[in-house]
Design a binder for this molecule. Structure first.
Ligand code: BJW
Length: 243
């Protein structure tokens, strides 16, 4: 059931944004991090998603990313991604801020995207800092080496304790600071600075709409909370909006 009040907000909204997390890609078959079947139930974050872990055992970290590249490489955007891509054409200003590294928003057709935590299809030279696209599945060698200088390559993603790109975080803050409506979809809202973005929208008087299969730390602050799957709720809102 989509409240009429939300549809009225959306009809008036000029600037709309969506902050997404792993939950939006769950229906595409990509595991989330936290929760019952989450990656952190089987793997320790500190052993895989920190610069210290990579320095200690790059082979282990690259094997984990190689495995995830195999899953993500087969995944297709679902109705959640597709509805969000459609909204880019409906609202005067529309942006996706994603914590996901899977690239499914782009594959669904979204163009205005900020990838806060990087992209699994990009690698970075640990010596020169050069970023390159690499779509090999499986990887030709583990760990992969830079073709220019022979140094170790690393995934172009943001690990715990690392700073996000300054351009990306500034862009995300600008979008959040000017959104009339921000949808927060499929994120546990525990990882910062992403988790602080909906509060920028609220502070400027915008409304926050959360879609998640479970309540999160954000839920008490959300103006609307839809409990359910992103791939079902987003098309439902869309059909009310355009119905
Ligand atoms: C569905 C669904 C369906 C399922 N439909 N919903 C302030 C306070 C405290 C700590 C910090 C702070 N500021 C910074 C920190 C430290 C740290 C942090 O936040 N720690 C917290 C965990 C406490 N942050 C950082 O280190 C960040 N860097 C930084 O801030 O630099 C400056 C600095 C450094 C050090 C100290 C202080 C400042 C970097 C964070 C990088 C996160 N990296 C990862 C890995 C990326 C690469 C990769 O993917 O391999 O990013 S960790 C992982 O968590 C990944 C995700 O993007 C991120 C968020 O997870 P997400 O997307 O929310 O997934 P889940 O699994 O948690 O949730 C899924 C949700 O979907 C659930 O709620 C489900 O219910 C739901 N769901 N199916 C709808 N069908």
């Amino acid at each position: 059931m989509v409240p009429e009040e939300l549809i009225n907000f959306l009809r008036k909204a000029k600037k709309v944004s969506v902050l997404t997390g792993a939950g939006i890609s769950a229906e595409s078959g990509i595991p989330t991090f936290r929760g019952e079947d989450g990656l952190w139930k089987k793997y320790r974050a500190e052993e895989l998603a920190t610069p210290q872990a990579f320095a200690k055992d790059p082979v282990l970290v690259w094997e984990w990313y190689n495995w995830r590249r195999e899953i993500i490489g087969k995944a297709k955007p679902n109705m959640g991604h597709i509805t969000i891509a459609k909204w880019e054409k409906i609202f005067p200003s529309f942006w996706v801020i994603t914590q996901n590294i899977d690239g499914l928003h782009r594959l669904a057709g979204s163009k205005n995207i900020v990838e806060l935590h990087g992209n699994i299809w990009k690698v970075r030279c640990t010596r020169e800092g050069i970023v390159m696209e690499n779509r090999d599945v499986p990887l030709k060698e583990i760990p992969p080496k830079c073709e220019n200088c022979g140094a170790l390559l690393r995934p172009h993603v943001v690990w715990f304790g690392e700073s996000l790109s300054i351009e990306d975080i500034e862009m995300a803050e600008e979008i959040s600071n000017s959104s009339d409506v921000m949808f927060v979809v499929g994120t546990s809202s525990v990882v910062y600075p992403a988790a602080s973005l909906p509060f920028l929208t609220k502070r400027r008087g915008g409304i926050v709409v959360e879609i998640n299969i479970s309540e999160t730390t954000l839920t008490p602050y959300a103006d609307f909370f839809f409990k359910g799957k992103a791939g079902e709720i987003l098309p439902e809102i869309d059909s009310r909006l355009n119905g």
